[in-house]
Write a protein that binds this ligand. Structure first.
Ligand SMILES: [Zn+2]
Length: 77
């Protein structure tokens, strides 16, 4: 099983335990199979402050990524 690194804690885990996302037009979305993506582990989904910083870095932008992430988790969008 290939290991992937969480963008927030840098922990390496098997891909199935991580959430795969991407920034599309500075919006946080589920990875759609095209372009650059990144991974977030389950425990980091609870750590708002740390995760927001990691998302700002990934998206090279500051937006309401925590809220967008919660929406993705709620809707499976
Ligand atoms: Zn993590």
């Amino acid at each position: 099983m290939p290991l992937r690194t969480c963008i927030s804690c840098r922990d390496k885990q098997e891909q199935i335990y991580l959430m795969r996302l991407q920034c599309k037009d500075k919006q946080l979305v589920k990875f759609n199979g095209i372009g650059r993506s990144f991974y977030i582990c389950k425990s980091c989904l609870e750590d708002k402050k740390k995760l927001e910083r990691a998302l700002f870095r990934q998206c090279k932008n500051k937006a309401q990524y925590w809220e967008q992430l919660k929406e993705i988790l709620a809707n499976g969008r």
